[in-house]
Design a protein around this ligand. Structure first.
Ligand code: AMP
Length: 445
């Protein structure tokens, strides 16, 4: 089924065709007609489902359609506001708008923190039809009276669950209060927790509800493997796997910024070109690292969950969980970077005895028991006892705070002294290794 079924303008179809898309994804099939109809929308969709085009294409159509009433007089106003949790996601969404809208006369702007505000103030003096923003910087502009949101026609909250996870609820409520009451609201979220439902209750009006499984995490094309290993030997094992298996492009996740830095330093010392992407890095350093990685010049990118959120790297062959995430859903977000667009991907988790409870939780969430595979020479020592995971890092001593906001993250595990199973269980779990890699058949959500 082609994109022509939606009645999108020729300019949009042309741009989409040039992107190489032939068929709409399931979320696009549902979202595009709903948004075109003017209805509010609640969509269960994650990165990798094609959700960005799902809301961008109909928004572009509606804004460029003469029959949709725009402002009749005065300075051109922001007509669509897309709120996203992270700077990287903002950059990607705005880039998509430029690509899909390249034959239209609509202007978009990205508004993110971590960069000088003055060029943004200058930019706001000319026409901005579609604004893609992270909440903090947007409110800075509101405070400085450089931004008028009183004529927004369409609001998108993208990755709403992550925005709440990052502690943005107060900012979102402040922003909502600045918007005109009559508008179209589109809410995208990977999960629909009570918190999201509460937010949605005051936001969307008789929404169309749609849900799409991600194309990748659930798909046949991601192989999940657990390598049991001692905590102190993880980095040796990672370097071993990268070299031995000739991994050319690997995204590695750690729980903490400190852990990410230490690991990248170690890999570089082992002659494996690596860079780090996390919240303490400047925006330009993050952008540079991502660009190097995407082009294939950089072999390893070490990232924390929040920094990696929304990173769009197509057909990434390897994602490594150097440490399992504290929040099981983050496993799904992490591996969502692999196996895209029909390509095969491998999600590798290096799991030490401290992490067995986390592993069980992940398996419960993804509804799939992961294959364990011992690597010769890296077998876990059965005498090593589990240690509590404090502050998100095994053996660390800093306060447990979220990366981006300094606040405790929703659903994060607290220090769990003594609650971990012993090493014997790791050996026991390793025993259920199967020779062939097991593929996830679960929904992954
Ligand atoms: P998203 O879920 O919006 O982050 O999109 C994930 C990836 O899918 C991006 O690289 C898009 O360029 C790509 N994509 C979106 N829609 C389609 C489509 N209909 N056909 C092929 N690729 C698509």
């Amino acid at each position: 089924m082609s994109f022509s079924i939606f009645g999108l303008s020729d300019e949009i179809i042309r741009a989409v065709t040039e992107c190489g898309y032939t068929d709409p994804t399931p979320i696009q099939l549902q979202a595009i007609p709903a948004v075109l109809s003017g209805a509010d929308l609640m969509a269960g969709a994650q990165t990798g489902t094609g959700k960005t085009a799902g809301f961008t294409l109909p928004i572009l159509h509606r804004l460029s359609d003469k029959s949709v009433k725009g402002p009749s007089s005065g300075r051109p106003a922001v007509r669509a506001l897309i709120l996203v949790p992270t700077r990287e996601l903002a950059a990607q969404v705005e880039q998509s708008i430029r690509e899909y809208g390249k034959y239209l006369k609509l202007n978009s702007m990205i508004m993110i923190g971590g960069v000088n505000i003055n060029p943004q103030i200058t930019r706001l003096k000319s026409r901005v039809d579609i604004l893609v923003a992270t909440p903090g910087r947007l409110l800075d502009h509101v405070q400085q009276r450089t931004l008028d949101l009183s004529r927004v026609e369409i609001l998108v909250l993208d990755e709403a669950d992550r925005m709440l996870d990052m502690g943005f609820i107060r900012e979102i409520r402040k922003i909502l209060a600045l918007l005109p009451e009559s508008r179209q609201n589109l809410l995208f979220s990977a999960t629909f927790s009570d918190e999201i439902q509460t937010l949605a209750a005051g936001l969307v009006n008789k929404p169309v509800r749609i849900e799409a499984a991600r194309r990748n995490a659930t798909a046949e094309n991601v192989t999940h493997i657990v390598h049991p290993v001692d905590r102190e030997r993880k980095r040796d094992l990672l370097a071993h796997l990268i070299k031995r298996q000739h991994w050319a492009q690997v995204l590695v996740f750690t729980r903490t910024k400190h852990g990410a830095n230490k690991l990248a330093e170690y890999l570089v010392r082992s002659d494996i070109p690596s860079l780090v992407i996390h919240g303490n890095k400047s925006q330009s350093a993050r952008t540079r690292a991502l660009a190097e990685f995407k082009t294939g010049r950089l072999q390893v990118l070490v990232a924390t969950d929040i920094a990696a959120r929304g990173i769009d790297i197509t057909e990434l062959p390897h994602v490594v969980n150097f440490e399992l995430p504290n929040v099981p859903e983050d496993y799904i977000h992490r591996i969502g970077r692999t196996g895209r667009a029909g390509a095969k991907g491998e999600a590798v988790s290096l799991v030490c005895v401290d992490e067995l409870k986390l592993l069980t939780e992940i398996e419960r969430v993804i509804k799939c028991e992961l294959t364990h595979h011992l690597i010769a020479g890296f077998e876990p020592d059965p005498d090593i006892r589990a240690e509590p995971i404090i502050n998100g890092s095994n053996g660390g001593r800093r306060g447990m705070v979220s990366e981006s906001t300094g606040r405790q993250r929703h659903g994060q595990q607290r220090g769990r002294s003594g609650s971990q199973p012993g090493a014997g269980m790791l050996a026991g779990q390793a025993a259920r290794s199967r020779p062939a890699p097991h593929r996830s058949g679960g929904r992954g959500r």
